[in-house]
Ligand binder design. Structure first.
Ligand SMILES: [Zn+2]
Length: 79
C-alpha cells in the first residue's frame, strides 16, 4: 500500500470532550448510529468507541475531584 501524501483529508476519529469518565455512545444516531454502549476510561483520560472510533476525552476541568459534576448533559438553553 503506498503512503498517503495527498492533501485529501484523512478520516480521523472524532474527539468528544466529556466531563466524566463514564460515557455512553450510540454513534450519534441516524445512519451512522450503533447500539448504545457504555465506555469506561478507567485509569486513562480518554476512551475510544469500538463501534464508531470516536474518542472521548476527559475535559481538563473535570480533573478536579472536589468539584461535583452533574451527570446530566448541560441543556442547550444554559449556554
Ligand atoms: Zn460510538
Amino acid at each position: 500500500m503506498p503512503p498517503r501524501h495527498l492533501d485529501a483529508p484523512v478520516p480521523q476519529a472524532e474527539e468528544v470532550l466529556v466531563s466524566q469518565k463514564r460515557v455512553a455512545c450510540d454513534g450519534g444516531g441516524g445512519a451512522l448510529g450503533h447500539p448504545l454502549v457504555y465506555l469506561e476510561m478507567g485509569e486513562d483520560d480518554s476512551v475510544e468507541c469500538t463501534y464508531c472510533d470516536r474518542r472521548f476525552v476527559l475535559a481538563a476541568s473535570a480533573h478536579d475531584d472536589s468539584h461535583y459534576v452533574d451527570p446530566a448533559a448541560r441543556p442547550p438553553e444554559s449556554h
